[in-house]
Design a protein around this ligand. Sequence first.
Ligand code: HEC
Length: 96
Amino acid sequence: MKKWLLAAGVLMPFFSAQATQDPEAMYNRACVACHAGQLPMAPKPGDRAVWAPRLSQGMDTLVQHVTQGFKAMPPRGLCMDCSSEDYRAIIQWMSE
Ligand code: HEC
């Protein structure tokens, strides 16, 4: 797992030259603290079944929830320099 993350960290910049910030890197910096299974309510990346009902609220609502905080999630998801576009990209990445 660690090795894979390291490899992804090294290779990612080549694949995401068009993005201002890489969603996976942002996730690993901020959202991973809760969204990797530590908090059972926080949907994990790649868990489509859990993401489906969340996504059905619409991307705008999800972005708003992260920005303003949602239940146990603190405002901005602890990513102080993430923009709405960044949240959109992270949510897209997490729900695939
Ligand atoms: C301190 C812990 C914590 C951090 C950090 C955190 N989250 Fe969350 N997040 C949660 C929890 C807990 C929930 C589930 C809330 C619930 O439905 O009870 C959640 C839910 C969500 C949801 C679904 C909201 C909805 O309306 O269903 C999205 C989207 C989300 N998080 C995105 C993010 C993103 C993006 C980041 C990083 C920028 C992030 N979170 C960082 C704890 C966190």
